[in-house]
Design a protein around this ligand. Structure first.
Ligand code: FES
Length: 164
């Protein structure tokens, strides 16, 4: 048993085999320690602390971390992944119902992403046929004329995007 704390409640004893060090999680999931720290910072995952203030991750988070990895491979923003995983609790072993709810959320996120890609694809096809590359007219280079909101004159050449 390991005595652990989540920082808000009384420390509890938990079976050592249910808690993993960051090195073990990294090895099991293939996710770098730095990325795990980052996920934790963003609230995508959480950890507990031992009495010696070492991080320990509940074993059930492995599934969550694997889904985060899949989401990233699909190009889904971490904020959307976080939203999709919101129904899955981190402070206890998720139930099948929790995962069913999360599946429905994932479906919505993926559908929104698919729609965005289809829309972008339509615009790109139009632009390939057109070729004007007009900052005023091209809905791909300047969607909804967003650049005009930054002021008059050439906007793109001043931006960081082109400074390297
Ligand atoms: S290149 Fe002409 S509209 Fe995009």
């Amino acid at each position: 048993m390991i005595r652990i704390s989540n920082g808000t409640e009384e420390p509890q004893e938990q079976p050592a085999e249910e808690l993993l060090s960051i090195g073990q999680v990294s090895e099991r999931t293939g996710v770098a320690r730095s990325a795990l720290h980052y996920y934790e910072e963003l609230g995508l995952i959480t950890s507990l602390r031992t009495s010696g203030n070492q991080r320990r991750y509940p074993r059930h988070l492995l599934r969550r971390i694997s889904l985060i990895t899949v989401g990233r491979q699909l190009g889904i923003a971490l904020s959307d992944i976080k939203e999709a995983l919101a129904p899955v609790p981190m402070d206890r072993l998720p139930s099948e119902e929790d995962w069913v709810r999360a599946t429905a959320h994932w479906k919505l996120v993926l559908e929104a992403r698919r729609r965005a890609i289809e829309e972008l694809e339509d615009r790109l096809m139009g632009c390939i046929g057109c070729g004007c590359l007009s900052m005023q007219a091209c809905n791909l280079l300047n969607p909804d004329d967003q650049l005009s909101q930054q002021g008059a004159g050439a906007r793109r050449l001043d931006s960081d995007e082109y400074s390297e």
